[in-house]
Design a protein around this ligand. Structure first.
Ligand SMILES: Cc1cc2nc3c(=O)[nH]c(=O)nc-3n(C[C@H](O)[C@H](O)[C@H](O)COP(=O)(O)OP(=O)(O)OC[C@H]3O[C@@H](n4cnc5c(N)ncnc54)[C@H](O)[C@@H]3O)c2cc1C
Ligand SMILES: *[C@@H]1O[C@H](CO)[C@@H](O)[C@H](O)[C@H]1NC(C)=O
Ligand SMILES: *[C@@H]1O[C@H](CO)[C@@H](O)[C@H](O)[C@H]1NC(C)=O
Ligand SMILES: *[C@@H]1O[C@H](CO)[C@@H](O)[C@H](O)[C@H]1NC(C)=O
Ligand SMILES: *[C@@H]1O[C@H](CO)[C@@H](O)[C@H](O)[C@H]1NC(C)=O
Ligand SMILES: *[C@@H]1O[C@H](CO)[C@@H](O)[C@H](O)[C@H]1NC(C)=O
Ligand SMILES: *[C@@H]1O[C@H](CO)[C@@H](O)[C@H](O)[C@H]1NC(C)=O
Length: 571
């Protein structure tokens, strides 16, 4: 097998370049689906499987034991118990976490008598272990006009890592981690080269052993080198070190023509720029990511909660507004402050303060806590200092379940919390959102150039002026499709606009936003959209990569039966 070290930069991986001429069926404006005349025969699939060293996996949906004809009560009970945790899904080659897209075709919540269908699950995955497997899969999908997907952990909320009738490259087993030194005019220090399948917690643990820490998600199992860093990536360390994307110095990537590239600020700098914040799944298949690894230090953390018990709604929202008054002083100290609001509770869970002592953190929050006392609010607080980031992360990061909610979001400009008038408007907006029984989470950060240092990337510019990523959610119920569609409409038409109306020029974080966001091109990518589209055209000339709301996705539609077609074939 070809190892990475033997690959030459820009090598075509020993294959002929994918030429447009081999894509005979590309003239069709729709992708082939199983059952179509253009779908490859059994023997063609067999030969393809052999060409990728027998690594082709046919999808059997995870919840198959919960339905006829394969019903197995014991297995189904176990599946149902773990269904709301990422762990159960990311080890599978096909399962994914966004319930709207699983669409009830195979889960433990629908009747046993309803047989599983593939629905939006991929048809096949290639369990890749070498760049050659990736290039061969790209070539096969191009040649046979099959929908192609890059799947890592399946965390994506927009269903971008799955697709009806698709062939996927599955990156989960690419787990190499190597620490090195980096030196150029923009950054000097430690870095980690991470395989595309490395998950946040794996990077944190490896870094910790060397007295280092890395920027990754609050969810320990998100793919740090996958959609997370490629889409932006917020973190408990973001106000200290910047977003996930701001850490990336180099990518190894296989582009849509099967070419293996090293992309950094000086080589292939256009695709480097695009991959770094411009969204996963649409420019190429990332093979590895080299990102900054920072010197670790003591980290303090604090959680604080109160409820509406014994206080009026007026008092509760005064307290919410008071918190927003103090938020700038927290992020200015490098703190990431995570605040969960419901119509009955306020929870800071947690504030993460890297390099700050327990005493400093308590002093810093004293004005807010004194204000709460004056309002007659009794809060519970626990604060602790840890000797390193991983210990704080493990002790204080809340568990995030999947399959429990539908989301929408907006990036809140700092200017809004800095003026009493607009701060009050924000309180009214939050109150409106909460009145629908939705949640209102503010991920309080500062990721300006002052924090990130000298970076060159396609992160949505709205992040730079933001003080928080506001994530709203309505509850998910597996058996109420009509109600769920109503909730989606509520998110798009009412909840997100409550905030976006306050700051229409801002935008939203593409990884955790409403996938029905109107004018998503501007909201998710800002002024970068056209440049990103042009870079995609250069590296994906056969239009192989697609993900809902990804750059270029507006040139395709996916119909109810899952068929994907060009909107305008001439384009
Ligand atoms: C429970 C939970 C908690 C989360 N917490 C956070 C958080 O704290 N901070 C945050 O910023 N986000 C968070 N997210 C959002 C997360 O960042 C996105 O879902 C992200 O897209 C996940 O990337 P992945 O590679 O793990 O997932 P996948 O679903 O496998 O992939 C996501 C996207 O990236 C593409 N992709 C994956 N691998 C590659 C590759 N090698 N090359 C090219 N494209 C690739 C896929 O095609 C897809 O478009 C969370 C999501 C969940 C479900
Ligand atoms: C691919 O080949 C391997 C090894 O022969 C086999 O185990 C696997 O089932 C095949 N995959 C498919 C989809 O047939
Ligand atoms: C995928 O490949 C890895 C090794 O690269 C192997 O450990 C794993 O069992 C494979 N999984 C499947 C489902 O084929
Ligand atoms: C960028 O990539 C090129 C090509 O691999 C390499 O020669 C160069 O050293 C890289 N830049 C840095 C700063 O490492
Ligand atoms: C709050 O912090 C304390 C102290 O570190 C920790 O023991 C506790 O589990 C945290 N509570 C929550 C809900 O995260
Ligand atoms: C609060 O939210 C719950 C759902 O979480 C909802 O049932 C209730 O009506 C809401 N109450 C108010 C006063 O908004
Ligand atoms: C879910 O299935 C229904 C019925 O087949 C279909 O109309 C709808 O488009 C599907 N939704 C998604 C997100 O796939």
């Amino acid at each position: 097998m070809l190892s990475l070290n033997t690959l030459k930069i820009g090598a075509f991986l020993g294959l002929a370049a994918i030429a447009p001429t081999i894509a005979a069926s590309e003239s069709s404006s729709c992708r082939c689906l199983p059952g179509d005349g253009c779908w490859p025969s059994v023997s063609t699939w067999k030969a393809f499987n052999q060409s990728v060293d027998g690594r082709l996996v046919a999808t059997v949906p995870l919840a198959t034991p919960c339905h006829v004809p394969s019903y197995d009560e014991k297995k189904c009970v176990a599946l149902k118990e773990g269904w709301l945790l990422p762990e159960e899904h990311y080890q599978s080659s096909s399962s994914f976490m966004a319930p709207f897209f699983t669409n009830g075709t195979c889960d433990p919540y629908h009747p046993v008598s309803k047989p599983c269908t593939l629905g939006n699950f991929v048809k096949y995955a290639v369990n890749v272990s070498s760049p050659v497997h990736v290039a061969k899969t790209l070539r096969f999908a191009t040649k046979h006009n099959i929908r192609f997907i890059i799947r890592n952990t399946g965390h994506d909320y927009n269903g971008k890592s799955t697709g009806a009738g698709a062939l996927s490259v599955w990156t989960h087993h690419l787990k190499d981690i190597e620490f090195k030194n980096w030196k150029d005019e923009h950054y000097t220090g430690k870095v980690a080269k991470l395989g595309a399948g490395v998950q946040g917690i794996e990077a944190y643990e490896a870094a910790r052993k060397l007295g280092l820490r890395m920027v990754g998600g609050e969810c320990p199992t998100v793919g740090i080198a996958g959609g997370y860093s490629q889409g932006g990536g917020h973190s408990s360390l973001a106000s200290k070190h910047g977003l996930g994307a701001d850490q990336v110095l180099e990518w190894e990537v296989i582009d849509g023509t099967g070419q293996f590239l090293t992309a950094n600020r000086t080589h292939n700098s256009d695709i480097y720029w695009a991959l770094t914040g411009g969204g996963g799944g649409t420019y190429g298949v990332v093979w590895s990511m080299t990102s900054k690894a920072h010197q670790d230090s003591h980290v303090s953390g604090l959680n604080l909660t109160f409820t509406t018990d014994g206080i009026s709604d007026e008092t509760f929202y005064k307290a919410v507004e008071l918190y927003n008054t103090h938020l700038p002083s927290y992020v200015d100290h490098g703190i990431m402050s995570l605040n969960f609001l419901t119509n009955a509770s306020f929870s800071l869970s947690p504030m993460t303060a890297p390099g700050i002592s327990l005493k400093e953190l308590k002093d810093l929050t004293l004005p807010f806590r004194d204000g709460l006392k004056k309002l007659g609010i009794k809060y519970e607080m626990q604060a602790e200092e840890f000797s390193n980031y991983l210990d704080q992360f493990n002790a204080q990061t809340p568990l995030v379940e999947i399959g429990v909610a539908q989301y929408g979001s907006w990036l809140l400009p700092r200017s809004i919390v800095e003026s009493p008038k607009s701060r009050h408007e924000l309180t009214k907006a939050a109150r409106n959102v909460l009145s629908y029984g939705a949640t209102f989470t503010t991920v309080g950060v500062k990721v300006t150039e002052e924090v990130t240092g000298d970076v060159y990337n396609a992160v949505n510019p709205a992040w730079r002026g933001a003080i928080a990523h506001v994530l709203m959610s309505t509850p998910w119920e597996f058996n109420k499709p009509d109600k769920m569609r109503e909730n989606r409409k509520l998110m798009t038409d009412v909840l997100v606009p409550s905030l976006s109306n306050l700051s229409p020029e801002s935008g939203a974080y593409l990884n955790e936003a409403d996938f029905d966001q109107p004018n998503f091109q501007k909201a998710f990518y800002g002024k970068n959209y056209d440049k990103l589209r042009a870079i995609k055209a250069k590296y994906d000339p056969h239009h192989l990569f697609y993900g809902l709301t990804a750059v270029g996705s507006d040139e395709w539609t996916v119909s109810e039966d899952g068929r994907m077609c060009r909107v305008s074939p001439s384009n």
